[in-house]
Write a protein that binds this ligand. Structure first.
Ligand code: ZN
Length: 240
């Protein structure tokens, strides 16, 4: 059994399709989506349609939450807000109802998934360092939990203390706890423009971090053609 765990697609259709093709090639048998399907890029409806059609476990991200509302209930920065009002105009009411109904966290077999944090999942805090991760670990009852939100791939491991690891391949020791950020499919911010996701090999007890090239020119052109802020196209190639 191999899970492809994807997060923060952010309406980037080219990146989403490239990641799903890579997962099929790597013989993934199951899929999980950690939210932020929409926001920032130019294909929110198409990305919702793909994930809905896969009928896999999905949790809600902060952009999914806001896209389902008539107007924003919490402060986004001006760039995210400009993209959000465009996103609302480009989703169907059925897309919005589906996004609104997503849960904040889920248990899948022996692991947990959440978009932002386990301690206060509806507050959308960011886990960037070991201190942030320590708070989340307190609420983690499974050995492995996958999350997203920061768009920065990397794993936090709790043993005697908590440390951060950035590796391509991680073997799960059931005596420890792992809070693993799968990175972002549609808008990576760790300096690498390629789409990020993880493969969880259940029988091998290992997690593989993947990076996948996609047609970034096409994704950027769509952002500009849609009249979205040009900075959203520029940042894609910087991985910021
Ligand atoms: Zn996001």
């Amino acid at each position: 059994m191999r899970f492809a765990i994807i997060s923060d697609l952010h309406a980037n259709l080219e990146a989403t399709e490239a990641v799903l093709a890579d997962a099929r090639e790597r013989e993934c048998t199951h899929y999980v989506c950690l939210g932020d399907i929409v926001g920032y890029n130019a294909n929110p409806h198409e990305c919702v349609e793909i994930i809905r059609g896969m009928d896999c476990p999905v949790v809600k991200g902060n952009h999914d939450e806001q896209a389902a509302l008539d107007e924003s209930s919490r402060g986004f920065n001006p760039l995210a807000e400009a993209a959000m009002s465009w996103t609302r105009d480009n989703l169907t009411s059925s897309d919005k109802e589906w996004l609104a109904d997503l849960r904040l966290s889920r248990q899948i077999r022996d692991f947990t998934v959440v978009h932002a944090t386990l301690d206060t999942p509806d507050q959308w805090g960011y886990v960037f360092n070991t201190l942030d991760a320590t708070a989340s670990f307190t609420y983690q009852h499974s050995a492995v939990c996958f999350f997203g939100h920061t768009h920065v791939a990397g794993a936090f491991v709790r043993d005697d203390g908590v440390k951060r690891l950035v590796v391509d391949q991680l073997t799960i020791d059931p005596a420890k706890k792992y809070f693993i950020n799968v990175g972002s499919v549609g808008q990576p911010r760790d300096g690498d423009w390629r789409a990020a996701y993880c493969i969880y090999h259940v029988e091998r007890n290992s997690v593989e971090q993947r990076r996948v090239k996609y047609d970034i020119d096409k994704a950027q052109k769509k952002i500009l053609d849609a009249g979205l802020p040009p900075l959203l196209a520029e940042r894609l190639e910087l991985g910021r």
